[in-house]
Design a protein. Structure first.
Length: 112
């Protein structure tokens, strides 16, 4: 959970963790009033540090809906590399949506 002065403003997690391959996916959301302040980027970077140094993962992925430019910026500012798009990958609210995929490797995170 992400809090600001004891108020819940979002959440972040690592899911689909595959210990054998050292991979996981990061997911997050923020309340509308908390966006545009760098909170998500800072939190993603913090979670990457935990994933790579404590959980010993090697590769993380973020998926962002094609229309969600704010989430795409978070991934890019956190150092993730755009890999490509998966058309009609997710069925959401009665329609298929295209997702953009981003990756970050441990070796690239350590360079920063």
């Amino acid at each position: 959970m992400i809090y600001d002065q004891n108020q819940l403003i979002g959440s972040i997690d690592i899911h689909n963790i595959n210990v054998a391959h050292g991979t996981g996916k990061i997911g997050y959301w923020l309340s509308q009033h908390a966006t545009g302040q760098g909170v998500a980027t800072k939190t993603v970077k913090f979670l990457c540090d935990i994933a790579f140094n404590d959980l010993l993962l090697n590769r993380l992925e973020i998926c962002a809906q094609k229309e969600n430019s704010a989430s795409q910026r978070v991934a890019e500012k956190a150092g993730f590399r755009f890999m490509g798009e998966a058309r009609d990958e997710v069925y959401r609210r009665g329609q298929y949506v295209t997702m953009y995929h981003y990756e970050l490797l441990k070796k690239d995170f350590k360079k920063r």
